[in-house]
Write a protein that binds this ligand. Structure first.
Ligand code: NAD
Length: 338
């Protein structure tokens, strides 16, 4: 049995984490869930969006499956997601986007794995008002050699381990010459150590256009925090939307698995949320903890439901079903097949 901290999260969090834990149990995952609360739910219950007990549990058990957490826009507390990534130095945010059978999308044959630097850039939260009237604000972006080396090396190592051909580094070094210029320089240095992997760099604005025009040309993509946040949502959009893309946040000692999407307040409590994104995140978690056999079974069941039980799927991917019908369909395939 593997202990895993479970944070169901806000909005659709309870619905999708209940679905995922049910599917993983049906598939025979050997997991002892240790449930706790963070985000808006914890703020409303305890006055603190990131209670000490959550940090202590993660420090003790090292692996987390996390539902989405709401962050107030413009005012209020700062992102708990960002705080957790910094606290546990989860420097690599890995976000695969792969075309799926029968999921509506104008694109085919997409298989991109995005590596987003997860602890620095503009997300360090060093913002300040420059004058009293709040008419002038500043935000500081930080890029260091250590953090850049960590994420870029993680991308090349992943490429090598998974037999991938190319790493594309995305930057804005023509304008942000120091920060993303340093990131690009380190990328070139590390690329020299991996002559078996093709390397290219591309400016972010061109990248945005290329991902819409010719996304199939990308394989592994590595970039800084803000660019990676935006491009990984774009990549989700290429393969059917935020309901189908999972993510891993990996550091040297800790790992946290979560969907790319947020708490989706517009559909919370309506049994409409697609749990596939969190489910795919949980498969990355199963692979990380050595339960690849269970991950394979669940992936098979999901692909089978997408291909042959479309009516049971949620509406965001063209089905007629609910979170519940989809969950039951995946469980039924698992029970019938294995
Ligand atoms: P969102 O990702 O919650 O929703 C964007 C759109 O995608 C909505 O229309 C939503 O209904 C849809 N969607 C998202 N997940 C879905 C799913 N599983 N199934 C079906 N449809 C789905 O983005 P937002 O509305 O900009 O953000 C809402 C809140 O989530 C904000 O407070 C934001 O800060 C937070 N957020 C958290 C995380 C995280 O926890 N890692 C990530 C992004 C946003």
């Amino acid at each position: 049995m593997q202990d895993i901290v479970l944070i169901p999260g806000d909005g659709i969090g309870n619905e999708i984490t209940s679905s995922v834990t049910k599917i993983l149990k049906t598939a025979g995952a050997k997991i002892n869930w240790i449930e706790t609360t963070a985000g808006l739910t914890a703020y409303e219950e305890k006055g603190n969006p990131l209670p000490d007990e959550v940090v202590d549990l993660i420090r003790e058990h090292h692996i987390v499956l996390k539902g989405p957490l709401t962050t107030p826009v413009g005012t209020g507390f700062r992102s708990v997601n960002v705080a957790l990534r910094k606290e546990f130095n989860l420097y690599a945010n890995i976000r695969p986007a792969k075309s799926l059978p029968n999921v509506p999308s104008p694109y085919k044959d997409i298989d991109i794995v995005m590596f987003r630097e997860n602890t620095q850039g503009l997300y360090i939260g060093h913002e300040r008002w420059v004058d009293d009237e709040h008419n002038h604000a500043e935000s500081i972006a930080v890029v260091t050699r250590d953090a850049s080396e960590n994420i870029i090396r993680a991308a090349f190592e992943y490429a090598r381990e998974h037999g991938r051909k190319k790493v594309t580094l995305v930057h804005k070094a023509n304008i942000l010459k120091f920060t993303t210029g340093l990131f690009l320089q380190i990328g070139r240095e590390i690329a020299d150590q991996y002559p078996d992997i093709e390397f290219e760099d591309i400016i972010i604005d061109n990248m945005a256009m290329q991902m819409v025009m010719r996304p199939q040309r990308f394989d592994i993509v590595v970039t800084t925090n803000l660019f990676g946040d935006i491009l990984s949502d774009l990549a989700s959009g290429l393969v059917g939307g935020l309901g189908v893309t999972g993510a891993a946040n990996i550091g040297d000692d800790y790992a946290m698995f979560e969907a790319v999407h947020g708490s989706a307040p517009d559909i919370a409590g309506k049994n409409m949320a697609n749990p596939t994104a969190l489910l795919f995140s949980s498969l990355l978690m199963l692979e990380h903890i050595g339960q690849e056999d269970v991950a394979k079974k669940v992936r098979y069941a999901v692909l089978e439901v997408l291909a042959n039980h479309k009516d049971a799927c949620t509406k965001d991917i063209g089905g007629k079903g609910t979170t519940t019908t989809y969950t039951n369909a995946v469980c039924m395939v698992l029970e019938d097949k294995f």
